[in-house]
Write a protein that binds this ligand. Structure first.
Ligand code: ZN
Length: 150
């Protein structure tokens, strides 16, 4: 009966998404594609597994909570997503945007802005090297009030 009201539309991943999987060397299962798709639609935000699940429900993506958890884990280990941890204890994730992976977040309204953390990254590397550590990765997340909230 439900089929009449809501015909199951076949999910068609974009070429762009498939390419991303190819580049990462991860096999593109329908659930992973849908989940990465959701992250692309929220390209400037961070999403928790629960957020992804909710969006998936609205879109009729038919993703279970455990599928969301497992798939996000895979997407993180293949570096398509990165973990962003801000104040609060909910783990959130966002698209991995390579060099521009540093982010400024307004703690008031939650607006995100990516920025090129290369310069700070270099400074960070030099500091670490002088302390006898070899830096593997420097990612910055800064809380700062945005224009509207100031
Ligand atoms: Zn703000």
């Amino acid at each position: 009966m439900q089929r009449i009201k809501k015909p199951k539309t076949r999910y068609e991943p974009s070429e762009f998404l498939l390419d991303e999987f190819k580049r990462a060397g991860l096999s593109p299962t329908p659930s992973k594609l849908k989940i990465l798709d959701i992250f692309h639609e929220n390209a400037n935000g961070s999403l928790s597994a629960y957020d992804v699940y909710n969006v998936g429900q609205k879109k009729n993506f038919n993703l279970s909570m455990s599928t969301v958890y497992v798939s996000i884990g895979r997407l993180v280990s293949y570096e398509l997503l990165v973990v962003t941890m801000f104040t609060g204890n909910e783990k959130k994730f966002r698209l991995n945007k390579g060099q521009k992976n540093s982010v400024i977040k307004c703690p008031h309204c939650g607006t995100f802005e990516d920025f090129d953390g290369e310069k700070i990254s270099r400074l960070c590397s030099e500091t670490l090297l002088s302390m006898n550590f070899s830096p593997e990765k420097c990612v910055f997340s800064i809380d700062a009030l945005c224009n509207r909230c100031r």
